[in-house]
Design a protein around this ligand. Structure first.
Ligand SMILES: Nc1nc2c(ncn2[C@@H]2O[C@H](COP(=O)(O)OP(=O)(O)O)[C@@H](O)[C@H]2O)c(=O)[nH]1
Ligand SMILES: [Mg+2]
Length: 323
């Protein structure tokens, strides 16, 4: 590790925003210093509580994050915010809107906000998000809020990376059946029906509650919290429910199970990335594997049989793993 990286880590652990920003950029750029940084911060990770906020666009996620942050700040908690937007932060209007909404917090030392773009525009959490969560944690943030647009893969992602998942809906985000179909029921720890000032809110809440009654009894009864984020209504009630969920997670040992799962997935993802990286290098280089790939390209071997064959061949595997 270079002396500069050591200094960066030291300052990050003291909670310095500039170093935290730089470390996040290194992670986003997949710098070769990242594994060292992650190893060094590992003993300082695990104190922060991480809340995921997901749901369809426009349901009020950013507004909720903003109001929750204000509440947490009042209580003296340090807050880290990761806003993941499928559009690039440089071209996307949504992120600009978020910036304006969260403006008051940009001037607050106790709040660190970072927006990240998703790869491939799927709305899922970028691979790097869990490393960024760890950096915020190591930098002393007490609560980390992760906002993602709820589509497809991001739901599974957010469950694997956060402790409490809020799913935000609003009266116009479709009926309860659609919510169930969209897989939001499986991932919600708390449902937030926002925009309660809009017509149809009451019956929407009743539908969601009816749907929740059909679930098997479990260690946690998913509550439905009704909010008007823009008017700061229902935010304290929401925070109460988050605290109750956290308490239930701890009492039932679910928190440590979730953390175990998170670590396992982190490990699997990291191995996956490293193997893919090595595979690409082996293919580029002249060697056993690249001549085998030529045969796949020419259509002499089909990719599926080839994959099996590569994994069975010690020679090809050695060529791959020795990169
Ligand atoms: N009427 C009403 N509008 C809201 C409420 N909460 C948020 N909004 C507005 O809904 C729009 C989308 O909110 P935003 O937080 O950006 O949603 P996101 O896309 O889920 O992050 C913004 O114009 C907000 O001001 C609410 O409780 N009632
Ligand atoms: Mg938003």
């Amino acid at each position: 590790m270079t002396p500069e990286t050591m200094k960066l880590v030291e300052e990050l652990l003291k909670g310095e925003s500039v170093s935290l920003s730089r470390a996040i950029s290194l992670v986003e750029n997949e710098s070769s210093q990242v594994p060292e940084i992650m190893k060094r911060i590992a003993p300082h990770v695990g104190k922060a509580y991480c809340i995921g906020v997901t749901g369809p666009p426009g349901t009020g996620k950013s507004t909720l994050v903003d109001k929750l942050t204000a509440l947490l700040r009042k209580q003296g908690s340090k807050v880290g915010i990761i806003a993941v937007d499928p559009t690039s932060p440089f071209t996307g209007g949504a992120v600009l809107g978020d910036r304006i909404r969260m403006q008051q917090h940009y001037l607050d030392d106790g709040v660190f906000i970072r927006s990240m773009a998703t790869r491939g525009g799927t709305g899922g959490l970028p691979q790097t998000a869990s490393a960024v969560i760890k950096l915020l944690d190591a930098a002393g943030k007490d609560v980390i809020l992760v906002e993602t647009v709820g589509v497809g893969q991001s739901e599974v992602d957010i469950m694997q990376k956060t402790d409490t998942v809020l799913v935000t809906l609003c009266p116009e985000s479709g009926d309860a059946i659609q919510t169930m179909k969209a897989g939001l029921l499986e991932i919600a720890d708390i449902f937030v029906v926002n925009k309660a000032d809009h017509p149809g809110a009451d019956s929407f809440v009743r539908d969601i509650q009816a749907m929740l009654h059909l679930r098997e009894p479990s260690w946690w009864n998913i509550p439905v919290v009704v909010t008007e984020a823009v008017n700061d209504v229902g935010i304290e009630e929401l925070y109460e429910q988050i605290k109750l969920h956290r308490q239930a997670l701890c009492e039932t040992d679910q928190l440590s199970q979730r953390r175990q799962l998170q670590r396992k997935f982190d490990f699997i993802r990291t191995v996956e990335q490293k193997l893919t990286h090595k595979l690409l290098k082996a293919i580029e280089k002249d060697g056993q594997l690249s001549s085998y790939i030529d045969r796949i390209e020419r259509g002499e071997v089909d990719p599926y049989s080839a994959a099996d064959e590569i994994l069975r061949s010690r020679k090809l595997l050695t060529d791959w793993l020795s990169q």
